[in-house]
Design a binder for this molecule. Structure first.
Ligand code: CP
Length: 653
């Protein structure tokens, strides 16, 4: 039995197979391969195209359709869970097609269904069957997908069609240019996956003609196997600007994929700025004479009505392909059920906590948070995140977060995760003894005690930290050209505290207030947020053309900084980004050089440098500590032997 929840559930060859079936939709219509089959449509959110084209497709295959006109009048209104609904309805139908407002809801339904389930859109997550229609349309229009350059435009944060589409374009070797509305950039977890799974890199693109024909917005370029390493530069100098300008001028844009603002997923009052539109300038520009315009629809006012009469506007054709493509998909799924093919195996690095507490997915709209009865929290473990962090990726919604605390279930001990624990954590995972906690409180509530550390010494005292902040602040004032427009961005969490300290010191030295923001590399939908108000009525943080000082407590491999820079450049093109760190440990993997350093402390990989700052932890004074972690596995086995010895003594006694 095969489900289609994510576009990743289909291989490229299977997508081609579905397209071949769609090309022959007339034959399917005559053969009626779904005679005696029933499809159930369960739409918890409004739909015109997806629902009706699925229902039309099933009728044309000779099958029947059962549905609930409005899920608010189904037993969901009485509190029935997604799991129970899926279980019950799958005994009435041969395939379920479901849409839901929660990310991961359709995966949860598929896990309880006895027939194939198809994701017709889940929250902000994915819309894989729309992507099948999009790829099919592009291939029909352009002959092939490899090498095409597609500009995705508008609400890239909340638009689920975009997320499935960019993964698929990457898999078929197309280039992706992103033109996001302000505050609606492609989520970090999507870009991370483009980089880690598909080998794409992300660069800001100086593409003035794109901004001119759309609206004031910055372009970013996702491209395979090309050495665009802009994220590694902390300064956007003229040479880089020129190089990016050259890239932009050589690009041939094959398609614009426009999307509407997903109002239903945006908090009232948020992101109220300008929204990109495609209008007459686009139609007149010779540069775009062969650029087709696509849109998953419904549209609101992003597209000029003139486009409807222009052969480049192909969005109604794209919607019409919904029927043959979904006929082909249904035929494909029924065939798979007949030959007994199963869903590809789940990744071997899957983690399910043996403890009932953490960790929790960081996405508040994830089904594991909104309906725990239907979805058991599971994560894929991704090692080698920023700063060699241990990253968990939620199986339901793909959101990623950094593991803060790990523990051994047998020893009931925990400690903060660090690169030196990689092998030990691997052993615990293999033995199903790994516990992961979002906080110390969570670990303590589960009855865990901390592991002891050894050889701890202070490498920076309270006074030294204050002196370093003072020196770095005056260096910042000396080096920055536009100190009035300076923005301090701290990397959460210690970097944010330091950024606020530097802002206070700058204010003392220069008698004016400075804006401070925070970057959350893993852990939030809102990747950049304001943390101090220069002006109480100020809107979202503006990064464009600003001089930015990025602040963190410790730099080691440089990967955290690279990620923070990617987030900054995705949000806007600043004039310059400089880097301030309290402690530079060396061991760099990424060639990033801080502009301002409090202290250089070369140290071994097994040593951990920890900065403790007042205000973050109660009763703590500022200090930087260096220490080794006594091997938790040795600690665990000695604890176990002590426990066993105790049991033997008790038995002997
Ligand atoms: N493209 C799309 O999903 O349209 P509907 O919301 O009308 O199904």
């Amino acid at each position: 039995m095969r489900h289609l929840i994510s576009i990743a559930d289909l291989t490229n060859a299977e997508i081609e197979e579905i397209f071949a079936l769609a090309d022959d939709a007339e034959k399917l219509r005559k053969e009626k391969p779904a005679r005696d089959c029933i499809m159930a449509t369960l739409f918890y959110e409004p739909s015109t195209r997806t629902r009706l084209s699925f229902e039309s497709a099933m009728h044309r295959l000779g099958g029947g359709v059962i549905s609930c006109a409005d899920m608010r009048t189904s037993s969901a209104a009485k509190g029935e869970s997604l799991a129970d609904t899926a279980k019950v309805v799958s005994s009435y139908a041969d395939v379920l097609v479901a849409r839901h407002h929660w990310d991961g809801a359709v995966r949860a339904m598929a896990e309880h269904a006895d027939v194939p389930a198809v994701n017709a859109g889940d929250g902000r997550h994915e819309h894989p069957t729309q992507t099948l229609c999009d790829l099919y349309t592009l291939r029909k229009e352009k002959g092939q997908l490899k090498g095409l350059t597609v500009v995705v435009c508008g609400d890239l944060k909340n638009g689920r069609t975009i997320h499935s589409l960019v993964y698929a374009l990457a898999r078929f070797g197309a280039n992706v240019v992103t033109l996001a509305a302000a505050g609606m950039e492609l989520p970090h977890y999507v870009v991370e996956r483009m980089e880690s799974e598909y080998g794409y890199s992300l660069s800001p693109l100086v593409a003035n003609e794109l901004s001119a024909v759309v609206t004031e917005t910055d372009a970013l370029y996702l491209t395979p196997k090309q050495p665009h390493q802009l994220a590694l530069f902390t300064q956007l100098d003229r040479a880089i600007q020129l190089r990016l300008g050259t890239i932009a001028s050589q690009l041939c844009y094959d398609a614009f994929y426009m999307t509407r603002k997903q109002k239903e997923r945006i908090k009232e009052g948020a992101a109220a700025g300008n929204y990109p539109t495609l209008g007459d300038d686009f139609l007149r520009a010779t540069r775009f004479k062969d650029t087709v315009v696509m849109h998953p629809l419904p549209r609101v006012d992003e597209l000029s009505p003139e486009l409807d009469r222009d052969k480049r506007g192909i969005y109604f054709k794209q919607a019409a392909y919904g029927v043959p493509v979904r006929m082909a998909l249904l035929k494909f799924l029924f065939d798979q059920a007949e030959v007994g093919l199963r869903q590809p195996a789940a990744p071997s690095s899957l983690y399910r906590s043996p403890e009932s507490l953490g960790p929790h997915c960081i996405n508040p709209n994830c089904v594991t948070v909104t309906e725990t009865a239907s979805a058991q929290r599971r994560y894929e473990i991704l090692s080698g995140g920023p700063g060699a962090a241990l990253i968990l990726s939620c199986v339901y919604c793909d959101h990623r977060f950094k593991v803060q605390f790990v523990g051994d279930v047998q020893a009931k001990r925990y400690c903060a995760y660090d690169i030196s624990l990689r092998a030990t954590v691997g052993e615990w995972l293999a033995k199903n003894e790994l516990a992961v906690f979002n906080s110390i409180k969570e670990a303590e509530e589960a009855g865990y005690e901390p592991y002891k550390t050894s050889g701890q010494r202070v490498v920076m005292t309270d006074g030294e930290i204050q002196a370093a902040v003072t020196v770095m602040s005056s260096e910042i004032l000396n080096e920055c050209q536009d100190t009035d427009g300076l923005l301090l961005l701290g990397i959460r969490t210690q970097g944010s505290v330091l950024a606020q300290r530097i802002a206070a010191e700058l204010e003392r030295q220069n008698t004016r207030k400075y804006e401070v923001g925070e970057i959350d590399i893993y852990g939030s939908d809102e990747e950049i947020r304001r943390i101090s108000l220069a002006d109480p009525d100020a809107g979202p943080l503006n990064l464009r053309d600003r001089e930015i000082v990025l602040v963190d407590d410790v730099i080691y491999t440089g990967r955290t900084i690279k990620d923070a820079l990617s987030i900054i450049f995705r949000a806007a093109r600043p004039r310059m980004v400089r880097l301030a760190v309290l402690i530079d440990r060396g061991h760099r993997e990424i060639p990033v050089k801080p502009n301002f350093v409090g202290k250089h402390i070369p140290s071994s990989e097994r040593e951990r440098v920890r900065v403790r700052l007042r205000g973050r932890e109660p009763g703590v004074k500022d200090e930087a500590l260096i220490y080794s972690i006594t091997s938790p596995s040795a600690n665990a086995s000695s604890l176990r032997s002590r426990k066993n010895a105790g049991q033997t003594q008790a038995a002997e006694g």
